[in-house]
Ligand binder design. Structure first.
Ligand code: AP5
Length: 210
């Protein structure tokens, strides 16, 4: 199954992508994670993306479209994939269509902006493996230490309140129009993402069975 996860920053796309990945045994592809990895490794892509990402703006379409094209051509995507954070603009969705990629379902995880601020202020990520935690909703066993690799947990640079406001603005302007884009295809399923993680996961898995 080829899936897209839509939703505002902090709506829980990454969290739910992990659940689907586990259930369907298909890879989860996060453009945000790919760009952060490039940044960590100091590659040309990382350097190009840094200023956009740090300010809460979107990285230019042509850059992310090239990333996705290359990633989807890999062997592990043959039996399906989850796109987490792509497409984020109508031109990105059109580029995906132009690649001849068939999308079976688009899950839009809806969460109000006020809840987003709270979630992102409590998020901590592992600086080594990228695993994501939350101080209240998904704490690590030992404070400040990653359960998976014992790496140090840090605040993501773009999770500062000012940058979150900018990311939400960008989301409403550039990404929300994708809901209409996919509604027209009959593939959009809206998921209430306001409840606790397990409740949202139950809705997500039910939507995949329908
Ligand atoms: P990206 O990394 O994709 O960030 P994002 O979309 O802003 O998403 P997040 O990772 O912040 O949130 P999420 O929805 O995955 O939530 P999560 O599950 O972590 O992109 C970063 C940047 O890269 C962009 O700003 C842009 O610059 C660039 N970029 C990436 N893709 C691009 C593209 N296609 N085009 C252009 N630029 C692009 O949850 C958040 C927190 O809440 C966690 O702590 C979690 O534990 C907690 N939580 C989750 N669900 C719940 C729940 N139900 N209840 C309570 N807490 C919860």
């Amino acid at each position: 199954m080829n899936l897209i996860l839509l939703g505002a920053p902090g709506a829980g796309k990454g969290t739910q992508a992990e659940v689907i990945c586990e259930k369907l045994k298909i890879p989860s592809i996060s453009t945000g994670n790919i760009i952060r990895e490039a940044l960590k490794n100091g590659t040309e892509l990382g350097l190009k993306a840094k200023s956009y990402m740090d300010s809460g703006a979107l990285v230019p379409d042509e850059v992310v479209i090239a990333i996705i094209k290359e990633r989807l051509a890999q062997e592990d995507c043959k039996n399906g994939f989850i796109l987490d954070g792509f497409p984020r603009t109508v031109p990105q969705a059109e580029a995906l269509d132009a690649m001849g990629i068939v999308i079976h379902k688009v899950l839009d995880i809806e969460v109000p902006d006020e809840t987003i601020q709270k979630r992102l202020s409590g998020r901590r990520v592992c600086e080594s493996c990228g695993a994501s935690y939350h101080l209240d909703f998904k704490p690590s066993a030992k404070e400040g230490v990653c359960d998976k690799c014992a790496g140090k947990l840090v605040i993501r640079k773009d999770d500062q309140p000012e940058t979150v406001r900018e990311r939400l603005k960008t989301y409403h302007e550039s990404t929300e129009p994708l809901c209409d884009y996919y509604k027209k295809t009959g593939k959009l399923v809206v998921i209430n993402g306001q409840e606790e993680v397990a409740a949202t996961s139950a809705l997500v898995l039910k939507a995949l069975e329908a």
